[in-house]
Structures are given as structure tokens and as C-alpha cells.
Design a protein around this ligand. Structure first.
Ligand code: SF4
Ligand code: MSK
Length: 654
């Protein structure tokens, strides 16, 4: 007999709660029920077990970690380090494969073999080229002219391919890393050579009988994680911007109230932007709208989930229906006529649930089939065939809806689309785009520091609650918050991504928000867009006045409700880049071990970044604020400076 779920304790998201009540009435299960019914394994939770060979699986004791060894003699430190390394590999591989798929698409577009997508943002193309020393102009007869776009794009594609396939040397985006940080990495031997090589070597080293020193394993998983953050993920973000446009501030609605009972509702869930971009065209196609109307619908409503949703919320203001944990509850509305998915964070539990409610559940990517789903492959040289099929299936299901529909009312407006280029522009203005005003505001103390609050939602903790409380504490203490992924959606739903949220901020941050019109909580995109936070941090260092390394900047990272291996890779590349990073929910290490001490203390001596853990949101936020203050103290900017009004001379200098 399953343990009964205390629904009101499961989430603070009203729409999710309403749907959990409905799921209970309907007699269907979601991940909330499954998590409630199955406690996490206490040994696995602490990463004290190994199944890397068939002499095991070996289970050590988290309570007395050095009392036992594995059959091969592996210690708790080796076992934990190998397990952690494999999480980094899996997470980094997910982002890297996503980035490589974007690169393949980009090349085909540039060669003219794929025509449904084009280079939309030539300025971004030029900017990325210039960042890695690819010329953007050419001299013809003594006259400097812009280079041919196709020629430039081909050179960029060739150069970025090194991110993946290179076997020696440094990946291209190392040119973006602040000089001193890069020097530290070179000394530590953690500069990525090429993502495929790092992933392969890391897997080799975790095989039985290879690398059995936790410090050496940690060196390679840092190099692997950096090949994700400054490699695979960064390539994915930059090429998506070039193909689909660099995000600029845009209004978007969030939450299940965006669905409409009288319309055909289509949801896209997953991570790559390609499927969604084509689905936007399909849902705006007058022929498809006519078909929907002929079936008795008002029209077609298109909404996003998870990071697929974040990509198009950022670029087009498409409504975002909910984050990871809301994917099942949204099916319970009975209003979703079709859900199309591509890769990552798609729970298998969606398939039987979709069957229950008659929702057409469609996988579209060759790398991710799900038993019980219909597979309609998205061919990038003819994407409309796939998306038009999904729209047809949705219309068909609308006509034949048999289950009662119940759509929660709540929806919330938010500002999205804050790329690092947009931060540059909004703070500096068109003619003097720069991070100087941001640095100035950090130095004068109006902004105490920066925080990147990111990551998943996890039914082991109260859904959305930890994200929202951590962020509220941070902005109350004048910390400007940058967000990605599911965490960003938690805060968008809570209404903190609007300029009016300045009323929840400390005086300094409130003043900055009121002057610039920015919300105190900035939505910078999807999981791969954590690379935007790295670029922003590097830009802050290069702008000057806040130290020479990323680790000098008053900045902290956080993933309060993380669950995926991608989050571990992200956390590790933040840490190795020099960012103090706090995780919530749980942390896969055993207390009182040398490996834990390395992650939570030792790494700080290497490059200034380190891990920390706090489940309680207030302790979590306080740890971040304490770290920010420590960095302010070291920079000698701890005292709040008097406000200085800029005169013309200051402006000229800027
Ligand atoms: Fe056990 Fe060692 Fe095999 Fe792991 S590698 S399962 S610790 S014997
Ligand atoms: S979707 S990795 S649950 S943030 Fe990128 Fe959300 Fe985490 Fe997936």
C-alpha cells in the first residue's frame, strides 16, 4: 500500500498543487507520489557504494566511512571520487552533445543544405568571431569592408569544432577566460583540450584498477566540467543565438493558466531550440490555425516546459507552462492535446500519464525514444513534416477529448531575455554599452554582489519553495540574482521577475532597479545558458576594479533544488572557474572523508572556488552572502560608499 502524499507540503506552486489534488481524485500517480513512496537509498545518497565491476557491488558505511573497503581495496575516497566523476561526465556529455548537434545544424545551414533555419543574428556572429580572433573585416583596395557572412560562419564552425574534436591544445573559448584565472588552470593542468578527449579519459580513469587517487580523479573531472561550461554549453548558447537571435528583454507569461480550454494546446518539452522554433512556425501557419478552427477550437495555444520553454520564452516571449516537476501535473489538466519532446529531463512517467488523459505524447529525437510514446523524427532538413504531424495529432485529440478539462487560473507576467549582451546594453546604453556601471554599483555597495541561482526542481524538497526563499533573502540583502533553467521559472511564477519586485530588495539594489527598469532577478535562459553567467563574470573581471580573477569577484552560485547530473557538471565548472557554489536538497558525498574535504575546502586553495551545502534556504542564502562579504572585504570595498553623481568628465571617461 503506497504512503499517502501530503499534497500541501509538496509544492508552493498553486497550479501544481491543484493538479496534484486532481491527480489524487483521478487515481493517477506523479513523481511526487513516487518520491513519497520510496525513500532515497541512504548509502547511495552519500555515494558510499560502487558497482564499477562484478566483484561488487560494494557498499561502505557512511557512518564509519573508513571501516570497510571495496573487494578490490578501493577506499571511500576513491569510490566517491569515481562516482562524482561519472556524474560530471554524464552531465557534461549531455551539454556537449547538445552543443555538437547545434554545431552540425549550423554547418548545414551555412552550406545551404538546411534552409528552414538561417543566420538571424549577424551581429552576434561577428561578436563571437571577434572573441576568438576570427577577422570580421577585410581590406579591399585600401578600404576596410565587412567580411562575407558565409565565409566568416564557415571559419567559425571550423574553429568551434575544435571544442569537441581537438586532442591537444586549448579549446577556443579559453580566449574568453580572464588571464589570471587561465594561468591558474594551466598551472593545475585543467585547461580542456577537447571535450570528447576529456570525457573519454575521465571514463577510462574511473574503470576498475585505473585512477585510484581522489585528488588525481578530481583534477580530470575539473577539466571535464570546464570543457562543458566554457566548451559544449557555450557553443550551444552562442550558435543558438546566431541562428535564432540573441535574447533581449521581453515580456512572457508563465504558469498553467496560459492554457486555454477552448483552444488546441500544444506543449514542447526538453532542451534543444530547433524543434520549438519550427513548432512556432507550425502554430502560426494560417493553414494549421484554420484546421484547428474547423475542429471547433478558437485557435492553437503553444507553450513551453523546462529548458525548451526557457529558450523560446527568452527569444520570442512564448508562454512558459512550468518547470520540471510541473510536467506531469500539466498533463493532469486534461487540456494538453499534444506534448512533443526532444532530449533531457523528460520523465518516463509522462508516457503512462499521457495515455490516461489521451494526450498525444511524441518523441522527436533519435537519441531519446520512450516506451509508450509515438516517435516522429524531426529531420532538420524538413522539420515542418514533424511539427505539422504533431499539430495534426493535437487537433485530432482536441476533436475527440473525452476527459473533463480543469485548467488552474494562475498565470504571471515576467521579464525574460536577459542575455549578457543585454545587461551590457541596459546598464551602459546604446552608445556606451559596458559593464562599468555594474562594477561601479558593486564597488559603491549599492549592489552587494552577484549570485547565479540555477538548477532543477526535485520532489525530495518542497517544489519551488527553496528557490524562492533563497532568492528573496538574496535580493533583500542587495544581491543581484541571475537565473537559468527551472529555478528561473520558479521565480517567474512567484512574480519576482518584474521591476516592481524592487520592493522586496534592500535599498541599494532597489535604487539600481528603479533607475534601470531591470528586475532584481534576471532570467538569463536555459541550462546551457549558464555559460552566459560565466561570460558575464569574465566581463566583470575584464572591466576592472573587482580583482584579476573570477574568484576575486563578490559572486556566489547556487542550485537549491538540483537533481540532474547536468547540475553536478554545472556546479563543478562554476567551482573550477572560481565561484563559491552552494547546493541544496542533498549532496553525493560522505561526511568526514578526505574527498569531501577536498570539494568543500581544498579546491578553494587551487582556484578560489569551492562547494558547499545547505538544505535550509535561509542558511543557504546566508552562506552565499557571507562569501560575498568575504570577497568585498578582500577587495577593500566593504564600506558602503556615498552616492556620487556622475559629471560630464566621468561620463567621458566611461
Ligand atoms: Fe567493488 Fe572495487 Fe568493483 Fe567497485 S571496483 S564494485 S569497489 S570491487
Ligand atoms: S531542465 S537539468 S530539470 S534545470 Fe534544463 Fe530543469 Fe534541471 Fe532539467
Amino acid at each position: 500500500m503506497a504512503k499517502e502524499l501530503n499534497i500541501q507540503e509538496a509544492s508552493i506552486c498553486e497550479t501544481t498543487l491543484q493538479m496534484l489534488e486532481k491527480a489524487k481524485k483521478d487515481g493517477v500517480q506523479t513523481c511526487f507520489d513516487r518520491a513519497n513512496d520510496m525513500s532515497a537509498c541512504p548509502i547511495g545518497d552519500k555515494s558510499a557504494c560502487c558497482k564499477n565491476c562484478s566483484m561488487g557491488p560494494c557498499r561502505l558505511s557512511p557512518k564509519d566511512p573508513y571501516a570497510k573497503k571495496g573487494v578490490c581495496g578501493a577506499t571511500i575516497d576513491t569510490i566517491q571520487a569515481r562516482n562524482f566523476a561519472r556524474m560530471v561526465v554524464s552531465g557534461a556529455a549531455a551539454h556537449t552533445d547538445h552543443g555538437m548537434a547545434m554545431l552540425d545544424l549550423f554547418k548545414e545551414v551555412v552550406h545551404g543544405k538546411i534552409t528552414d533555419y538561417t543566420i538571424k543574428d549577424v551581429d552576434k556572429l561577428k561578436y563571437v568571431c571577434s572573441e576568438i580572433d576570427i577577422p570580421t573585416t577585410v581590406e579591399v583596395d585600401g578600404e576596410v569592408k565587412d567580411r562575407d557572412v558565409k565565409e566568416m560562419a564557415l571559419e567559425l564552425a571550423e574553429e568551434l569544432e575544435r571544442t569537441y574534436t581537438q586532442v591537444e591544445g586549448e579549446i577556443p573559448f579559453m580566449k574568453r577566460v580572464p588571464e589570471k584565472t587561465l594561468e591558474d588552470w594551466r598551472e593545475l593542468g585543467i585547461v580542456p583540450r577537447g571535450a570528447m578527449r576529456e570525457l573519454m579519459e575521465m571514463m577510462h580513469r574511473t574503470h576498475i584498477g585505473v585512477d585510484q587517487h581522489y585528488e588525481n580523479i578530481a583534477q580530470q573531472f575539473q577539466r571535464t566540467a570546464l570543457s562543458d561550461g566554457w566548451g559544449g554549453s557555450m557553443v550551444a548558447t552562442e550558435l543558438s543565438d546566431i541562428l535564432y537571435g540573441t535574447p533581449k528583454a521581453i515580456h512572457a507569461m508563465t504558469d498553467m493558466g496560459c492554457l486555454d480550454e477552448e483552444s488546441v494546446n500544444v506543449i514542447i518539452h526538453g532542451h534543444e531550440p530547433n524543434l520549438f522554433e519550427s513548432m512556432i512556425d507550425a502554430c502560426n501557419d494560417p493553414k494549421n490555425i484554420e484546421k484547428a478552427k474547423a475542429a471547433g477550437a478558437k485557435g492553437i495555444v503553444l507553450g513551453g516546459m523546462c529548458c525548451s520553454g526557457a529558450e523560446v520564452m527568452m527569444r520570442h516571449g512564448i508562454p512558459h507552462i512550468g518547470n520540471f516537476l510541473s510536467a506531469e501535473p500539466v498533463i493532469v489538466t486534461g487540456a494538453v492535446d499534444a506534448m512533443g519532446v526532444d532530449i533531457q529531463c523528460i520523465m518516463q512517467g509522462l508516457a503512462p500519464l499521457a495515455e490516461c488523459y489521451g494526450t498525444r505524447f511524441v518523441t522527436t529525437n533519435t537519441r531519446a525514444h520512450i516506451e509508450g510514446a509515438v516517435h516522429v523524427q524531426l529531420e532538420e532538413d524538413n522539420p515542418r513534416e514533424c511539427v505539422d504531424t504533431i499539430v495534426d495529432m493535437a487537433i485530432e485529440r482536441f476533436k475527440n477529448r473525452t476527459k473533463p478539462v480543469e485548467i488552474p487560473k494562475h498565470k504571471q507576467i515576467s521579464i525574460s531575455g536577459i542575455s549578457h549582451e543585454y545587461i551590457n546594453y541596459v546598464l551602459g546604453g546604446t552608445y556606451r554599452s559596458s559593464y562599468v556601471p555594474l562594477n561601479e554599483n558593486i564597488i559603491n555597495g549599492r549592489i552587494r554582489g552577484l549570485a547565479g541561482v540555477v538548477g532543477c526542481t526535485n520532489p525530495r524538497v518542497k517544489h519551488d519553495w527553496v528557490h524562492v526563499e533563497v532568492v528573496k533573502e538574496l535580493i533583500k540583502n542587495n544581491v543581484l540574482v541571475l537565473q537559468t533553467g527551472c529555478s528561473a521559472i520558479s521565480l517567474a511564477k512567484a512574480g519576482l521577475m518584474v521591476p516592481e519586485a524592487a520592493k522586496f530588495c534592500g535599498d541599494g539594489l532597489a535604487e539600481v532597479c528603479e533607475t534601470t527598469g531591470l528586475p532584481p532577478v534576471l532570467n538569463v535562459g536555459s541550462c546551457v545558458d549558464n555559460s552566459r553567467i560565466l561570460i558575464a563574470a569574465a566581463e566583470v573581471v575584464k572591466t576592472g576594479g573587482l580583482g584579476d580573477r573570477i574568484s576575486d569577484v563578490p559572486v556566489a552560485g547556487s542550485a537549491p533544488e538540483w537533481m540532474s547530473e547536468k547540475a553536478i557538471s554545472i556546479g563543478q565548472y562554476f567551482v573550477s572557474s572560481g565561484v563559491y557554489t552552494v547546493f541544496g536538497a542533498t549532496f553525493p558525498v560522505t561526511d568526514n572523508t578526505k574527498f569531501k574535504d577536498l570539494l568543500f575546502n581544498g579546491l578553494e586553495e587551487q582556484h578560489g572556488g569551492m562547494w558547499d551545502f545547505a538544505k535550509d534556504p535561509y542558511e543557504h542564502a546566508q552562506k552565499m552572502i557571507d562569501h560575498i562579504d568575504k570577497k568585498r572585504e578582500a577587495l577593500g570595498i566593504q564600506e558602503k560608499k556615498e552616492r556620487k553623481l556622475f559629471d560630464m568628465a566621468d561620463r567621458r571617461e566611461l
